[in-house]
Write a protein that binds this ligand. Structure first.
Ligand code: AMP
Length: 214
């Protein structure tokens, strides 16, 4: 099972990918999480990436493709994967196809999470993330049981630097300009499935299972 979860920031890709990857026993490969981990570890690479992330801009294609190349070469990715937050440009999509082709693989499906812009803004500005396990909460729609504390691992919840309203607006613009052309790109290749990304999380999860063909 080789899947890409595609959609604007706040569409729920990460929430669904994390749970379904666990359910299906495949790795969840999230470029945003990888970049934030590198930044938290204080590596030069991570600090460099933060300059783009904090502005809501995309990290350059060659950097991200290099990161993904390394990650896909690890043994756990051989049995399948869910990629979340990558590709975000046509150049990245072409690089991904080439990387997979080199090892005789191909994507099975690209699942697009469809959510209206007003809803995205509402979700992102109230989003909190666990420093420990990356679980995502939403202060209004899906709050933690204890304020500031992760229900799953007891970790500290924080607001991502790029979830401020101004940066969220830039990220949505970047998505519209650079990432949304991927919808046509994958539709033409017969890989695109769309899931309505609003409503109860469990219903969206069930629709995602169906869209993945399982
Ligand atoms: P995310 O966690 O997916 O919302 O990503 C957070 C930020 O990381 C983005 O706003 C970008 O700055 C950077 N990023 C993550 N994935 C990519 C990608 N595939 N290409 C370029 N930049 C990325």
């Amino acid at each position: 099972m080789r899947l890409v979860f595609l959609g604007p920031p706040g569409a729920g890709k990460g929430t669904q990918a994390r749970e379904l990857a666990r359910e299906w026993g495949v790795p969840h490969l999230a470029t945003g999480d990888m970049l934030r981990e590198a930044a938290a570890a204080g590596s030069r690479f991570g600090i460099e990436a933060t300059r783009y992330m904090d502005q809501g801009a995309l990290v350059p294609d060659d950097v991200i493709v290099g990161l993904m190349h390394e990650r896909l070469a690890q043994p756990d990715a051989a049995k399948g994967f869910i990629v979340d937050g990558f590709p975000r440009t046509i150049a990245q999509a072409e690089a991904l196809a080439a990387l997979l082709e080199d090892t005789g693989q191909a994507l099975d499906r690209v699942i697009f999470f469809d959510v209206r812009e007003g809803e995205l803004l509402r979700r992102l500005t109230g989003r909190r993330v666990c420093r420990g396990c990356q679980a995502v909460y939403q202060l209004v729609l899906a709050p933690p049981m204890r304020p500031g504390v992760c229900d799953k691992c007891g970790g500290e919840l924080y607001r991502r630097e790029d979830d401020s309203e101004t940066t969220v607006r830039s990220r949505l613009e970047v998505y519209a300009r650079q990432t949304s052309p991927l919808l046509d790109y994958y539709r033409r290749r017969g890989l695109l499935a769309t899931v309505a990304g609003e409503g109860p999380i469990d219903a969206i999860r069930q629709a995602t299972r169906q869209a993945a063909g399982g």
